[in-house]
Design a protein around this ligand. Structure first.
Ligand code: ADP
Ligand code: MG
Length: 394
């Protein structure tokens, strides 16, 4: 670097070399020329996609091009007094002793990724190189290049997720399907045994045998349920949309669960509000309501209460199902929509995943809010019918 600068190969270098011989007119020309040249460089820097920072030894940011200002959400004046150490946690510590080294030789080149939370969540790759500017104070500065890698990260993550699930799905769907045949045959034979047992004389042995057969049949039914759920989960069908009254479908599901609710000693309190209709697949909707209310029941003890509220704004219709159950640990909350996440002995951990998939297919969303020991609120958000038509039409 110093070598090529010493060659004085540009005309500007030649003029600078004769500074002491210049008169005031020539000096003024020179200053103007320098300013122009600086302008050109600044323009080049501002057209770059990458963020460029010039940072002093103490971390103070001296220059930021437009891309860097956009990325860190600080423009012109706000940058004064900002340090890179504040923006990138841990960077100062990791540079450590290298920064105290006055000779400047020890400062490392840094490449790392970090997360920005402001003005929006971004993953940024940082590349930081020390450089020395002769005659300037401080002698050492850093050039920092920032690249927004949020998109790369997201698409890679999505692709991995995609590949992982699709290969597992293929395999698992095959196995689940194959299981159907032996299960059928088991059911038939168990039915035969039941019939024959009924014809036998009532003895202690016959009774206990009958009990065993009953247990087997229950278990087969359970297995069958797991497989049906599983196939449902991995072979999504597009929703068959029709104008639907959410309250009515929910009431139907609750009627179906009446018996279990009573057995468990759980009261349902539903607000009777008239709701705008939504476009939904009635059967898939039932599945969502069933999965959510079943979870609520399973989380509650006798005396528990399931409260149902609804509201609507210009864009969406919301259904809120609040239970007074066990609640969910905050560290568990993020994982629950993934398949096979269950805290129950008999659980299959597919209910919420299916509910989420169906809600997404409807252009809506499912959200969980929970406090351990207090309860859980599930929010189901549906796009309003009128809005949806506009969306599709536009
Ligand atoms: P499963 O019910 O088979 O376990 P789900 O996907 O339906 O699978 O639920 C996953 C897990 O989420 C449950 O095991 C439970 O730990 C938790 N969960 C879901 N809903 C509730 C709720 N209303 N209250 C407490 N925990 C819940
Ligand atoms: Mg469940």
């Amino acid at each position: 670097m110093s070598k090529s600068a010493g060659k004085k190969n540009s005309s500007l270098d030649r003029v600078l070399g004769r500074l002491d011989t210049l008169d005031s007119v020539n000096l003024a020309n020179l200053v103007q020329r320098l300013a122009r040249e600086r302008g050109v460089f600044e323009e080049i820097f501002n057209t770059l996609q990458e963020g460029i920072l010039v940072v002093r030894d103490d971390g103070a940011i001296e220059y930021a091009n437009t891309a860097a200002q956009r990325l860190i959400g600080l423009g012109g004046d706000e940058l004064a007094g900002q340090t890179l150490w504040r923006l990138v946690p841990g960077l100062h510590t990791s540079l450590g002793a290298a920064l105290d080294d006055e000779s400047g030789t020890a400062a490392p080149v840094v490449a790392r990724e970090f997360e920005l939370t402001y003005p929006e969540p971004r993953m940024v790759r940082l590349y930081m190189v020390p450089f020395r500017a002769a005659g300037a104070t401080p002698a050492r500065r850093f050039a920092v290049i920032l690249t927004d890698v949020t998109k790369d990260k997201q698409t890679t993550a999505a692709r991995i997720e995609d590949e992982r699930t699709s290969s597992i799905h293929l395999l698992a769907a095959g196995v689940a399907h194959e299981l159907g045949n032996p299960l059928n045959s088991l059911t038939i034979h168990l039915q035969l045994m039941e019939r024959k047992l009924k014809k036998l004389k009532a003895t202690k042995d016959a009774d206990s045998l009958a009990e065993s057969v009953r247990v087997c049949r229950d278990e087969v039914t359970r297995l069958d349920g797991i497989i049906t759920h599983f196939l449902e989960a991995i072979r999504p069908r597009p929703p068959d949309l029709a104008e639907t009254d959410l309250n009515e479908v929910l009431a139907e599901v609750l009627r179906f669960q009446q018996r279990e609710l009573a057995d468990r000693g759980i009261a349902v309190e539903a607000e009777a509000t008239e709701l705008p209709r939504v476009l939904a697949d009635r059967n898939q909707l039932k599945q969502v309501f069933f999965n959510v209310t079943k979870n609520a029941m399973e989380a509650m003890r006798p005396g528990g209460k399931l409260k149902i509220k609804s509201r609507a704004d210009d864009d969406s219709v919301f259904l809120l199902l609040a239970d007074s159950g066990s609640g969910i640990k905050s560290e568990d909350l993020v994982r629950l929509f993934q398949p096979y996440q269950t805290t129950k002995t008999g659980g299959h951990g597919l209910g919420l995943m299916i509910a989420q998939r169906i809600m997404r297919d409807h252009g809506g969303q499912i959200g969980l809010e929970s406090k351990e020991g207090v309860g859980t609120i599930v929010t189901l958000q549906f796009p309003r019918k009128d809005r949806r038509v506009r969306m599709l039409g536009g």
